[in-house]
Structures are given as C-alpha cells and as structure tokens.
Design a protein around this ligand. Structure first.
Ligand code: NAD
Length: 303
C-alpha cells in the first residue's frame, strides 16, 4: 500500500506559517498583503474557488478585495479594473478567475496584469523567467505539486519525471519546475504514443489531463510517486463525487506514494496562492522574503 500524501495537512501547515509572516509584516512594517480576485460570470465551480481563496486570504490576515462582474462585461471594463488594481498600493496580488466569457481575450487580460502582482504566474514575463531558470511568479498548482514532491522525496535530482498534460497552467510550468530540480522530464499529452509505457518509466508521475481515472495501476512503476492534479466530477449512484485523473484504488497497490482527490493538490494550490501573495508583497516593499517560510514550503524533510 502506498503512502498517502496529505495535501490538506501540508496546506494547513503552510497557511499557518504564512499567517505568522503576515502578522509580522502587519506589526513591524505596517503592511497588510492585499489580494484582489476578479470573477466574471456565474460559473458555480468558479464561485466556490473564488470564495475559498478570499476566505483563506482573510484567515491568513490578508486584505481580500473581490470584484464580481457580469458575464456580459465588455473587455475594456475588465482591463480598466485591472489597470486600477495595478496602481493600487493596497493590492499586492491580482487574480482573474479563468475561464473568461468569449467576448474577452484571455491572453490580453493576463498580459494586462502587472507581472509583479501576477500571483497566478500566467503573465508571459513570469512564464519566460521560469522557463529560462530565473526568478518569476510560479503558477500555484505546479508550485503546490513541487512542494509536495519535495516534502515526500527530498532531492529530486536525476529522477525520471513524466508530466501527463501540457496546459499552460499546469503541465508546461510543472515540466519547467521539475527540470529546474534536475529531473529528466518527459511531457506526455493527447497525441503521445504508447502512453502507458511512457508513464511506466516515471519515478515521478504528475497527471494533469482532466480525464477521470485515466491512469491505471499497470501504468505506474512500482514505488513511483504519483501526483494527481485532476479534478473531475462524476455521477455515481445518483450522487456527484470528485475523482482524479488516476485510478486511486489501483494506484494505491503499486505507487510508493500518492496524492488523493480530494485532499491532495487542491488545498496546496490555494495555500500557494497565499504564498505568492506574501512573496509579491515583500518584493514590492523591498522586504526580504523570509527564509523559514521558503524552507517550510520547499523543505527537504522527506517522509
Ligand atoms: P487542460 O484541458 O488545459 O489540458 C489537459 C491536457 O491533457 C492537454 O495538454 C491534453 O493534451 C492532455 N490530455 C487530454 N486527454 C488526454 C489523454 N487521453 N491522454 C493523454 N493526455 C491527454 O487541463 P488543465 O487545465 O491542465 O487541468 C487538468 C486537470 O487538472 C483538470 O481535471 C483540472 O480540473 C485539474 N486542475 C486541478 C487544479 C488543482 O488545484 N488541483 C488546478 C488546475 C487544474
């Protein structure tokens, strides 16, 4: 039976430390990190995500500013709001919840966010900096996955990693981060041939495809560490439940360690959003980003 990587517990620990650091910033530097979240439209899943992000930001002692715009909002109005937030000294991080309605050009919106406040790490400047091995805001989900991997495995150097999925928000940045950790990285996707065989090579398998239970027991190398990013809603016995991209029961028999869904990567994503907001605040005020929080997030404490 594999070790279960408890993302919920790791996230709670990380949020606690972030809360302590926010308390110090407020007390010593009289600065309150501010997170602005923009939601366009009424998508129920997005509303839940936005609510959770705002609540957890407040619980960590940050200011949370929420902007809810109608589904029909003209692009110019959204761009104007972003411009105002870029200039607002009380706002240190800006997040636009995706997806956006068709009249809005997603790339244009992402590029409008000041890179220093781009806590989602989607701006091309941050993407480019990460890809070239420099400093940039790291997208929250891959950052959460990497943090879990480092807690579990310590040094990742030389390990064979397979990232299943090549999206801009998960697969590609995940591959960049693993490469930076000196892994040998393969990115697999919908056109990959002999996908099972590719996956079986992996010491580290990160699944981010959005296909319920795609990765089966016999796709996994015995002892591998499996990070399941997928969040899929399925109907079973008249009820909706969440499953990942990995067949959990099968994978448990063979993986060395595995994240559950829910309770794995999901909670880490929001914790990393707060971490990015804290880091953005420190950088905007020329305050060194605290070492102890980095070692907590990136720590070498293997389980
Ligand atoms: P996406 O749809 O943008 O990309 C999916 C990728 O999977 C594509 O690159 C595609 O090539 C690949 N793919 C699709 N079908 C495949 C198949 N049969 N075989 C191999 N590859 C295939 O998705 P995304 O935004 O990267 O999200 C992926 C999953 O992760 C979704 O379930 C999403 O809900 C979840 N997600 C979770 C979190 C979190 O916080 N836990 C955050 C973001 C996304």
């Amino acid at each position: 039976m594999s070790i279960l990587i408890d993302g919920k517990a790791h996230a709670a620990r990380l949020r606690e430390e972030i809360g302590r650091q926010v308390g110090r910033l407020r007390q010593h530097d009289l600065i309150t990190p501010g997170l602005a979240v923009i939601l366009v439209g009424e998508d129920p899943a997005s509303q839940v995500y936005v609510r959770n992000k705002a609540t957890q930001a407040r619980e960590a002692g940050m200011s949370s500013f929420e902007y809810r715009l109608a589904d029909s909002v003209p692009q110019i109005q959204l761009l104007d709001l972003i411009e105002r937030l870029n200039c607002d000294p009380e706002v240190h991080g800006i997040l636009v919840q995706l997806p956006l309605p068709p009249q809005v050009d997603e790339a244009r919106v992402i590029q409008a966010i000041c890179p220093a406040k781009d806590i989602d790490g989607f701006h091309p400047i941050n993407v480019g900096n990460i890809a070239t091995g420099g400093y940039g805001m790291v997208p929250c989900t891959p950052l959460g996955c990497l943090t879990l991997l480092k807690f579990q495995l310590g040094d990742l150097s030389g390990k064979r990693a397979v990232v299943l999925g090549r999206s801009n928000i998960v697969g590609k940045p995940m591959a960049s981060l693993l490469l930076k950790e000196h892994c040998t990285v393969t990115v697999a996707h919908s056109r990959t041939r002999q996908l099972e065989e590719v996956c079986r090579q992996a010491d580290i398998l990160v699944a981010a495809v959005g296909r319920p239970c795609l990765v089966k027991e016999d796709w996994i190398k015995p002892g591998a560490t499996v990070i399941d990013v997928g969040i899929n809603r399925i109907e079973a016995d008249g009820r909706t439940r969440l499953v990942g991209d990995v067949d959990f029961e099968g994978a448990r028999k063979v993986a060395g360690a595995l994240t559950p869904v829910p309770g794995g990567v999901g909670p880490m994503t929001i914790a990393c959003l707060l971490l990015n907001t804290l880091e953005a605040t420190c950088r905007q005020h020329d305050i060194p980003f605290p070492d102890d929080i980095m070692s907590l997030a990136w720590g070498s404490t293997s389980a």
